[in-house]
Ligand binder design. Structure first.
Ligand SMILES: Nc1ncnc2c1ncn2[C@@H]1O[C@H](COP(=O)(O)OP(=O)(O)OP(=O)(O)O)[C@@H](O)[C@H]1O
Length: 373
């Protein structure tokens, strides 16, 4: 069931929590609402659910306008951050709760409820915990049971509000994979709220980045990361290295640092944004860039070596970060305190006053994109 959010606004005592938000949530996909605290994610989720009213706009499920429909008639499953399981009911009773509470006419028979509970316990890979109480489960297990309970009535839509927020990093990661696999098998339309960009990028089919009650950008994860359309999305989605300076004669310079800007005709102040994976390190400058940096720290944990650097002879508001493969690290052997040069492959240039970046590609200069101007 697709969801259409059409010009939804919400004002709390003079504070505009949502400002004419319009959005399409495709059927059968996992959509993440991502944004900093206070950006309006939970408010939007609650309005989709019918737990909160909007001041204006419409919510459609498929072609049906559900704006005036009561929460209990919207046929939605919920999972919240704090497992709202009933402590005095067993796992099986918790999962069956929604079915047992249906009006007599819609309520399945006892045997059918039992069958569905067993099926759901299998689905969440916890077939042996039916008789346990919530206090006898781990945090991750509780969230799986909460999900089974949310799915018991076969909702049209599943809404999840920071479902893994209270769990530790390892369990969180496991549950993410598990939910993704479950979703791939059952294809329910899901919307989940998170402020964790890694979680949104890893788990979802579509990410909606929100800021101050508005939608900043909607994209599938790979495109969102590769082609952020605004400074906000750039800054919010992971580490970014920046060079601020003046553009003159197809060159951006600041003190001892500069990069060539083949094909860029503009002049004036500008900022270059570079993701860690778009930059390499070398012991000498390249013909297209001179960005001297001193190595501050080296972290060998993880699939690649993470190197933090500070500018030498120029300034940046941020510490720079560059990734290097372990084999490259062994070959080059960089050390703390040494001077190295950042060699950008591709970058994103924000000219003064422009909201959207222009792409710069030094590997294939003819590929300079004019699409994002
Ligand atoms: N019931 C309410 N009364 C007054 N203000 C509210 C209410 N609910 C939310 N707000 C305000 O609306 C704004 C958006 O809140 P919302 O919970 O939607 O943000 P969020 O993006 O989900 O943030 P978080 O990640 O911290 O949960 C916040 O500034 C919040 O203080």
């Amino acid at each position: 069931m697709s969801i259409t959010i059409d010009q939804i606004s919400k004002n709390f005592d003079g504070f505009q929590a949502l400002d004419e938000v319009s959005l399409d949530i495709p059927e059968g996909k996992l959509t993440a609402l991502l944004g900093p605290s206070g950006s309006g994610k939970t408010t939007l989720l609650r309005i989709i659910a019918g737990l909160e009213s909007s001041d204006g706009g419409r919510i459609l499920f498929g072609d049906e306008d559900v704006s005036q429909l009561h929460v209990r008639d919207r046929n939605i499953g919920f999972v919240f951050q704090h497992y709202a399981l009933f402590k005095h009911l067993t796992v099986a009773e918790n999962i069956a709760f929604g079915l047992e509470s249906l009006p007599r006419k819609q309520r399945p028979s006892k045997t059918e409820i039992q069958r569905r509970v067993d099926e759901l316990l299998d689905m969440i890979q916890l077939p042996d915990v039916a008789k346990r109480y919530p206090t006898q489960l781990s945090g991750g297990q509780k969230q799986r049971v909460a999900l089974a309970r949310a799915l018991a009535t076969r909702p049209r839509i599943l809404l999840l509000d920071e479902p893994f927020g209270a769990l530790d990093a390892k369990v969180r990661k496991d549950l993410r994979r598990w939910l993704r696999a479950l979703h791939d098998e059952f294809h329910f339309t899901s919307v989940f709220v998170t402020h964790d960009q890694e979680e949104a990028l890893e788990l979802s089919d579509q990410v909606v980045v929100m800021s101050q009650g508005q939608v900043e950008q909607v994209n599938e994860p790979a495109s969102l990361y590769a082609r952020p359309e605004s400074r906000f999305v750039f800054d919010f989605l992971g580490q970014v290295n920046t060079l601020s300076g003046a553009v003159r004669g197809q060159k951006l310079s600041q003190a001892d640092a500069w990069v060539s800007l083949p094909g860029i005709q503009a002049e004036g102040e500008a900022q270059l944004y570079l993701r860690p994976h778009e930059v390499q390190l070398d012991r000498s400058p390249a013909s297209h860039a001179k960005l001297p940096l001193r190595i501050e720290s080296i972290s060998l944990i993880g699939s690649e070596v993470r190197i933090e650097l500070t500018p030498e002879g120029w300034q940046s508001n941020e510490i720079w970060e560059v990734g290097m493969s372990h084999s490259e690290f062994a070959r080059q052997n960089p050390a703390r305190g040494e001077r190295w040069y950042a060699i950008p492959d591709v970058g994103h240039l924000f000219l003064a006053g422009a909201n959207h970046p222009r792409s710069v590609n030094w590997q294939y200069p003819s590929g300079i994109s004019a699409s994002n101007q």
